[in-house]
Design a protein around this ligand. Sequence first.
Ligand code: TNX
Length: 523
Amino acid sequence: AGAAGARSASSSEPAAAPAAATVGSRVVPVPAAVRAGGGTFRITRGTAVEVTRGSADAGRVAGYAAALLRPSTGYPLPVVPVPAGTRSGAAAAAPGAIVLALGDTDRGLGDEGYRLRTTPRAVTISARTAAGLFHGVQTLRQLLPARVESRTAVPGAAWTVPDADIRDVPRYAYRGAMLDVARHFLTVAQVERYIDELALYKVNTLHLHLTDDQGWRIAIGSRPRLALYGGSTGVGGGPGGSYTQDDYRRIVRYAASRFLTVVPEIDGPSHTNAALASYPELNCDGTAPPLYTGTKVGFSSLCVPKAETYAFLDAVIREVAALTPGPYLHIGGDEAHSTSAADYVTYMDKVQPIVTAQGKTVIGWHQLDSAHPVPGALVQYWGTAGNETAVVDAAKHGTRVIMSPANRAYLDMQYTSTTPLGQHWAGYVDVRTSYDWDPATFIAGLPAGAVAGVEAPLWTETIRTDADVDYMAFPRLPGIAELGWSPAAAHDWNAYRVRLAAQGPRWQELGIGFYRSPEVDWA
Ligand code: TNX
C-alpha cells in the first residue's frame, strides 16, 4: 500500500521534473550533488525509523527524527535498532522505513557529510558520523511538505519525499551564528529556540557573546559580583540577567544534541564596563564606574598594566573553559578605542596564553591581527571593505579567518531604511546583499585555504524578544548558512531566491515571523 501510495503521489507531481530540479528548488543549503534516485518514498502509518544499532549518538538522531515527524503525521514512527550493514529498508515491513545507517564507507563524506537516497521502499540516510545523519535528517525535513513542521496532526496529508540521490558535504567546517546575550539578556529557552532554528540550516557553531559594557552574563564562582551586579541590567536599563553555570551547561548540552559547538566569548580589553563596575581593582584608578545601559562602544578598558587584570582573566577563562567542551574560546578584542595601541598588544600577548593553557584554541575579532596572534588562533573578520593588509599578512603566516563582514553577514543591520529594528552603520543589508558574496574572495589577497568558515552575528542593542530575533535572522541567516555549506559553484542568487521562497511556509508552521523581503517571491 505504501509503495502504491508513493507511486500515485508521484504521478500528481510534474512528471518531467528531474530529481535534481525538485530537490534544487526546495533545500537550503543547496546540496552538493543531486541525482535521480530509485523513486519517490512516502511516510505512512507503518513507517519505522530504523537506525544502526550500537551507537548512542545515532540512536539519539533517530529519536530526534521520530519526534520531529510524529506531531504532524500523527504516526507512531517507532525507532527500531537494526544491525550494522542492514541493507536499506531490508528489515522494514511493507510500508517502508526511514533508515539512518551509520558507517558509510565513502570516506569523502567526512565528519559531517551524508548521503540520502529514496526508493519506494525506503528513504536511507547514511553517514560516517551521527552529525552527518543529523544533517541528512534536516534535508529530509525540507524535502517533505512544509506542513510536516506543524505541531498538530495534519490529517490526509501525503508525506511524500521526492525521488533523489543526494551526496552532500560542507564547504567549510566552521559554520557559525552569534548571539549577543550581553546587550539584552536572552534566556536559556530563547537560546535553545534559536539553536533549533540554526540546526535546520546545518549551522554547527553557536558563538555566545557573554560579556559587554551593558552586562556580564555568566556566573563565575570566584568572582560572583560579575553576574550578580554586572549582569543586573542591560541596554535601556532593563533587569538584565545571567546564566548560572548549570544554565550554561544546559545550553551546551542542548547545542550538542543539535550537533552545534558552543564558542564562549569573554570580550576585552574594551567592552568591559560591566566587569569594571563589578570589581574596582580592574580599573587603573581603582574606582568602579557605574553600570552602563546605553549603546556607545569603545569607551571602556581593562587596566592593562595591572596584575589584577590577568588574575581576573585567568580565573574567568579557567572556569569558562572548564564548562566548555568545544575547542574554542573567543577573547573579543574589537573596538578598543580607549586602550593605547601598545597596551592592546600587551593585553593580547597576555590573554592568549591564558586561553591556550586551558587547552583552548583562541578566536579573536580581526583586530587581533594588529597584535601577535598565537599559532593556531583564528580571527573573525567583521570589516566591510575587504582590503585588509593585517588580516592578509597574518593569514600568510597561518592565522585562519572566520568571515563575518558586517555589510553582509551582520544580522543586526536593518534590511532597508524603513524596516524596524537594527542599526545601519555598515549599510542596509537586504536578502540579496546578505547572500551574494563569496567568503573565499571577499578579502582581496587572502591565501587559498585561509578561510575557516562563516558566521552570522546578531548584536542585540535593539533586539529583545524571540520575534525580534526571528525577524532579523529570517530570511538572512539561511543565506549565510548556505555560503558556509554549499559549494561555491552552486552559488546562484536566482536559484537561491526560489529555494528561499519555499522556506516561507515552513517558517509559518514553525511560528517564525520573518521579514517578507520584496526581493523574494514568497509562496
Ligand atoms: C560593532 S562588530 C561591534 C559591536 C556592536 C555592533 C553593532 C564588533 C566586533 N563590535 O559591539 O554591537 O557593531 O552592529
